[in-house]
Design a protein around this ligand. Structure first.
Ligand code: NAI
Ligand SMILES: NCC(=O)COP(=O)(O)O
Length: 328
């Protein structure tokens, strides 16, 4: 008998909508078992507030799933939690959710993780100088000793991968090097082949500057770094374009027949993706030694415990993780 995959769902920032969307899991038509990592009492309390009659029970891998029941691996909160109000004292709890998911993957209990949103600001507020936290993507890379990973969002018929992730805009240009572009393009190419079953992925490279630098008159990163690196990548079998103007490449003329856009920075690519698919998009970390997908939205503190949080992206993230398990 083959082992059924189980995905760990980290419930994220406890004051945010991560908890609320996890409570929709019993209503989703899911392709595999899921286990929510989080405080069981918090989930029960939020379910009561939302008037959802759901059974919350302790996860046991040998017990069969039940209807209208959420299997929870209980991880206690560190301090009080009020929906919509960040409490920095719960930051170690948020980190523990991620570490527990990673341990469960290492031990073979989980086949991958799907993450609900966390609040990067409050985690940094708590840890101060002792730990800089810029996002799941970078944290999971560091914890798994993976030198380079790639953030890619998918939705609305688009895949947008990012050359740089959570950086202040003024630092972006300095981070764009031939080595970075080479390693990111290689990861996108490899993972699209291996985890998305795409035979010869075509990657559209977005320039950094307006009009892809306008032949050097609006910035030189394209001529000095991106163009020669793209040429080298093509010689080595990676189907990537020369840098294209980012404002014109998001249209059918370019997108038809392409498998992913490689955007130079976070807010060049993600607004387009979110405009096309918010509420149904999926964030995927490429290059990790395990599967991690996530929702396309943040903690939405304004909606926590309101019953208005849309859980469509969580459902899509679970389906994507499941498909990735089966394409390997
Ligand atoms: N995967 C993750 O952990 C992510 C975390 N974040 C974090 O979330 C925090 C808040 O970020 P914001 O920029 O305010 O973005 P946000 O996505 O939390 O909220 C933006 C707007 O969209 C609405 N919204 C978000 N998710 C929704 C949903 N599922 N259903 C209905 N409406 C929804 C919110 O109510 C708000 O009006 C930040 O700390 C950010 O770092 C942001 C994106 C992803
Ligand atoms: N905009 C995407 C985002 O901020 C999610 O980042 P991560 O926590 O998945 O690294």
């Amino acid at each position: 008998m083959t082992k059924q995959p189980i995905l760990a769902i980290t419930s994220g920032e406890p004051a945010g909508i991560g908890v609320d969307i996890c409570l929709d899991l019993p209503d989703m038509d899911l392709p595999c078992r899921v286990v929510v990592l989080g405080d069981a009492h918090l989930l029960q309390k939020r379910a009561d507030c939302l008037r959802k009659s759901i059974k919350i029970r302790e996860f046991n891998p040998f017990r069969q799933p039940e209807k209208n029941t959420i299997d929870v691996q209980h991880i206690p909160l560190r301090d009080v939690c009020v929906a919509g109000q960040l409490n920095p004292q719960n930051s170690p709890y948020v980190i523990e959710l991620l570490d527990t998911a990673m341990n469960g993957i290492e031990n073979g209990v989980f086949s991958g993780m799907v993450t609900a949103p966390i609040h990067k600001g409050v985690i940094n507020q708590f840890y101060g100088e002792t730990m800089y936290f810029s996002g799941h993507t970078e944290y999971l890379a560091e914890k798994s000793h993976t030198p380079q990973v790639v953030m890619m969002l998918a939705g609305g018929g688009l895949r947008v991968a990012l050359l740089t992730t959570h950086l202040p805009l003024r630092d972006v240009a300095d981070h764009i090097t031939a080595d970075l572009l080479t390693s990111v393009a290689r990861i996108v190419d490899k993972d699209l082949r291996e985890k998305f079953d795409i035979a010869n992925p075509k990657i559209l490279l977005a320039g950094l500057n307006p009009h892809a630098g306008e032949n050097g008159y609006l910035g030189r990163e394209e001529l000095d770094i991106m163009l020669p690196t793209a040429q080298q990548l093509r010689i080595h079998g990676i189907n990537i374009t020369d840098p294209l103007p980012a404002d014109t490449l998001f249209q059918p003329f370019y997108l038809d027949g392409a498998d992913a856009v490689l955007a130079a920075y976070h807010d060049q690519g993600l607004p387009v993706l979110k405009y096309a698919s918010f509420g149904g998009g999926v964030n995927i970390t490429l290059g990790l030694p395990f599967i991690r997908t996530s929702v396309d939205h943040g903690t939405a503190l304004d909606l926590a415990s309101s019953g208005k949080a849309n859980s469509g992206s969580l459902k899509a993230a679970i389906h994507t993780a499941f498909e990735m398990i089966h394409s390997r």
